[in-house]
Design a protein around this ligand. Sequence first.
Ligand code: ZN
Length: 768
Amino acid sequence: MRKIVYLCLSLVLATSGINAQDQAKEKEAPKTGHTNTNKFKQLYDEFSTPNMYRAASGAPGAAYYQQQADYKMDIVLDDKLAKITGAETITYTNNSPDNLKYLWVQLDQNQRAKDSKSPLIESTGLDPVFQPSKFSETYLVYGKDRGFHILEITQTNGDALKYMINRTMMRVELPKVLKSGEKFSFAIKWWYNINNHVDEGGRSGYEYFPENGNRSYVIAQFYPRMAVYSDVEGWQNSQFWGRDEFALPFGDYEVNITVPADHILDGTGVLTNRKDVYTKDMMKRYEDAKKSFTTPVIIATQAEAEVREKSFSEDTKTWKLKAENVRDFGFATSRKYILDMMAVKIGGKDVMAVSMYSKEGNPLWEQWSTKAVASTLESYSRMTFDYPYHKAISVHAKRQGMEYPMICWNYGRPDKDGTYSDRVKYGMMGVIIHEVGHNFFPMIVNSDERQWTWMDEGLNTFVQYVAEQDFGEKYPAALSPEHKAFPSDRGPAKMIIPYMSGNQDHIAPIMTKGLNTYQFGNNAYGKPATALNILRETVMGRDLFDYAFKEYANRWKFKHPTPEDFFRTMEDASAFDLDWYWRGWFYTTDWVDIGIKEVKKFYVSSEPNAYVRKMAKEQGFKLENLRPLVYMVEEGSEDYKEELSQGSLLENSTPLKEYIMDNFTPEERKNLKNPKYFYNVTFNKPGGLVMPIIVEYTYADGSTKTETYPAQIWRLNDKEVSKAIASDKEIIGIKLDPNEETADVDTSNNIWPAQEQKSEFDQFKESN
Ligand SMILES: [Zn+2]
């Protein structure tokens, strides 16, 4: 008989960890099998297999290679005709183990060719109202000629090379197979009509100033550029439709740009003939700027620019720029430009922070642009690696926000009277920080923008948030009186809630090619930036995250990383299993919603409770034969009422200390806890994402305690989980995610006891 009792008892105790609901579920379990849909399933199917080129750690592999494309270019900008002409020689080095029969060259400007197919893939109905410029662009002009005119493609000996143009991609046939380790040089001559980027759109082009006929040019993807050939894609020759940006190999550039003599120009690379193109005054001020670390020095003044604006020189000047190990080249030129510079120390080296803007940008630009550039270089260098180039330029261009190595275009224009709203001011500061930040991602950590928009925009927007907060702290005068910190609009968790809780028909996973996503900004910028911010602040903690993020940046600077290289490195450097996080946030459109389902309160008793009495009856053992057990009695239950009337509830667990076994040290015995209140708290998860449960418990004495249950608490039950809590103080309130750090889309279920939804009638009564 006793034997049977012990058997039953072990049964009772063995099942005690499983709550009644789970038992019920097991009874109604389906009779068919299923595939592994666990949210913590390892990312094996989604990831490519590591190999000699890309290691399982997320680092470049032992056989990692990348191609090199070096350019020598002579460029002439005709300001009267708004036309650009170029002669370039590309030297291509095949570092791959493969033999190449042809080369692919990108002709991005053909996206604006007469016969461009880009407008044809847009599903656009008729708008109810138009800007006149948009109307004329759309309905009045038939096929504007803005594409490349390729004049000739030749070998260095002058022999013509065969080529074929497929829209924005050009295949150049090699005279003989280019073997692994070999170089090939060839020359291209071309021209095109420059687009007005304000009216016609585009990341490159000119703004026209009708009051005096001047133009400001911001010129990029203006020359035939080598496509990337890699171990992952082979030739990355996916067409340019206008949205997904660029994939480019690194190389060295020597570029001579001939423009009207009264223009001020700057671009990617070291200006090698500064004395030929700067005036004596400009040279002197430039020397001063190199020693000024707190205030920008104006090198070309507004007064000088206003004189130049009227000159329309017939002469030309050639600006010579030389850049090493860059993935692209851009420049800006105008007779309207004001120029200022300031030095900033980065890792013991002096870097020049530079701004170029027309008078239309002032007074905002002379005040804040260059300081924002310098501060950005400091913040990003801290989060990644020391900025390796000698300068970073911010150019003012209407409605632009676009990045190239060492130079970027930024919007933010005051009204004509020089006043500006907070929106214009913070927009201008934010876009400068963002675009200067792009020097790191993707100009140096050179991910494939054509394929993975989030890898540069998402990572960059994440660091932008950190850099904006730094900027606000460093320059409180940049903030409006009502702001204590920079009002970043991307990064903080709660800002992404409207997007993630929105209509699922218009949301795509982050791991989607940019061209195929809805709500581009939220998908490729906002959500990945927020995901990384939550990972840093809430899931991993700053120390682990920052180390791993820095490791990724350093492993892949001046190389071509893929998403897996990022995901793997973040785990490799932190010992944090993040497959569930990447899977949920990057591969699905699930959202966060965790709630408190119910809270039950218990007391301890030494009298058998209903659960054991029922078991004794079913299994035929006698209660008096049971060895002493600790029974939990739920407040309000029949047992509770009965024991309350009999006085058999134990005041607290003190009388139970006699059961302390011999596996406690004397020290542990001395410090025994004395819990009086016992709770069973059940959390449910209406949202699909698994996330840590952050719980703030409030006690009767007013004190609080925050406990974080790691996301893995959801690994065996994705719908609801329970936690038993023993406390010497009564819990009077429970709040989930008290600091709004998880992007929980519905906070109405985050509080216990539930806040009573007051009826309109109650509210009416209260207010009267
Ligand atoms: Zn960007």
